[in-house]
Design a binder for this molecule. Structure first.
Ligand code: 9WN
Length: 434
């Protein structure tokens, strides 16, 4: 089939997942609007339909919380009962900080939105319309970033913490194992709950029940503190600086500076945010020994020495120094992740392949994800690792063409896992083909 036929397929997946207001990640598994998914989806739309791209972002930001947080899920009231946990569980109406017009979760996700908004402008044919959108969204983006720097910046050094694995977007990443172990399941009491995900998808490809019990424990803790950030911070066993989250924030800080310039606003605040986060990431998250950026456990005050693709994201954020970038590249381009032209792997898996607990098919514990590889591709281009970047671009296109538009892919065979017709796989495929 010629490539433009696949482009048509990708667009039809987005059409199928679009409900007139926003695009769900997948009709079957994720029937609501997700935070960073919509950022990637908007980037895809921006290539051929500015209105849809804008609508995607507007729908998401209309549910922004009073305190600036952008929730990780905006629930579709017409579609309740098919996902867990839903609003009856999150109970975000118990806090004055939440959005009172929309049903949402009570956590956030990597803030890719300023970056996506800039892409919408850059790819738009009608620049005046796109500029009008930038004027609308700019104060909301500032409010979101300000929330991070005021509420999630405990050492005032620009390192922003996440307080739930779902906030990382890489839910059951092995990075979080040592931190989550702190939640002793034999010592806690949880309300009864029923997962829905592992009835739709083979449980071998999803997090374990023990993971979910800990995820739910954390949600219970947030509710106990009525989503008050200060109170949560003092009581939460999961307070972590994630290199992916902070890299995405950095790329969005950079985009905010450009947006401010386009619409004639003062960009000094975003410049300061960009510099402080980037500097602290280089100083505190980088490991010379590991040749990678590690997440940082704020409670134990130490790096979590688990190497995942999140540790290469400072290339995307433009945060890595030149020498760090060279070392990151060496590690990424080794058999641990996938060496150029190596035959037994496809693209960059999510976890070091030489680790004993590496899995080619379990969710964030080893498979290949298109959004991650897309960000790494941008990062490699940015730091001029041309050959590897081109190779990655080719593989990102090849995977859905050969195996379908799946949520994630087996890092050895390429087989598609999770849900099929997955929106960000389609959207980023479109982005690369334009
Ligand atoms: C929980 C929607 C989301 C992605 C995340 C991915 C997965 C949810 C889940 O799906 O998480 O937020 O139920 O597993 O891990 O990155 O945004 O596609």
């Amino acid at each position: 089939m010629p490539v433009y036929e696949y482009l048509k397929t990708a667009k039809s997946i987005l059409d199928k997942n679009h409900n007139g207001r926003f695009t769900v990640p997948s009709i079957h598994l994720y029937p609501h609007q997700w935070n960073w998914d919509s950022g990637f989806i908007a980037i895809g739309y921006s290539r051929y339909d500015t209105d849809r791209a804008i609508q995607e972002m507007v729908s998401l930001f209309e549910a922004q919380w009073e305190n600036g947080m952008l929730p990780h899920i905006v629930f579709n009231p017409d579609n309740l009962g098919r996902y867990f946990p839903e609003p009856d569980f999150w109970q975000t109406d118990i806090t004055p900080f939440s959005n009172k017009k929309h049903l949402t979760s009570g956590i956030t996700q990597p803030p890719v939105h300023a970056y996506a908004a800039l892409k919408i402008y850059e790819n738009a044919k009608d620049k005046e319309k796109a500029k009008q959108f930038l004027r609308w969204i700019y104060p909301k983006l500032i409010k979101l970033h300000r929330y991070f720097y005021l509420e999630r910046n405990p050492d005032d050094n620009g390192l922003i913490y996440i307080r739930h694995p779902w906030e990382s977007g890489m839910d059951n990443s092995p990075m979080w194992d040592p931190v989550l172990e702190r939640i002793d399941l034999s010592q806690i009491k949880l309300p009864p709950f029923k997962r829905k995900d592992n009835r739709i998808i083979d449980p071998e490809q999803r997090p374990k029940d023990e993971d979910y019990q800990r995820y739910i424990y954390l949600v219970e803790l947030f509710k106990k503190h009525r989503y008050d950030e200060r109170k949560i911070f003092h009581d939460c066993p999961f307070i972590v600086f994630d290199p992916l989250f902070n890299s995405v924030l950095s790329v969005s800080n950079e985009a905010l500076i450009k947006i401010a310039d386009i619409i004639g606003e003062d960009c000094r605040q975003a410049e300061e945010w960009y510099l402080t986060t980037a500097r602290s990431m280089r100083d505190i998250l980088y490991s010379k020994k590991g040749k990678i950026f590690y997440a940082y456990d704020y409670i134990e005050k130490k790096q979590i020495e688990v190497a995942t693709s999140a540790g290469f994201m400072p290339l995307f954020g433009g945060v890595a120094s030149h020498s760090q970038a060279v070392e990151l590249f060496e590690y990424m381009d080794s058999t641990s992740f996938c060496k150029l032209h190596e035959e037994s792997c496809l693209a960059i898996p999510n976890y070091d392949r030489t680790r004993e607990d590496f899995s080619t098919k379990n969710y964030w514990r080893g498979p290949v994800w298109i959004n991650i590889n897309w960000m790494l591709y941008q990062g490699l281009k940015r730091y001029k690792f041309k050959q590897k970047a081109e190779h990655l671009e080719k593989t990102i296109l090849e995977l859905p063409i050969r195996f379908g538009f799946y949520e994630y892919f087996d890092s050895v065979s390429g087989a598609g896992y999770g849900t099929k017709d997955f929106s960000w796989t389609a959207a980023l495929f479109i982005d690369l083909l334009y």
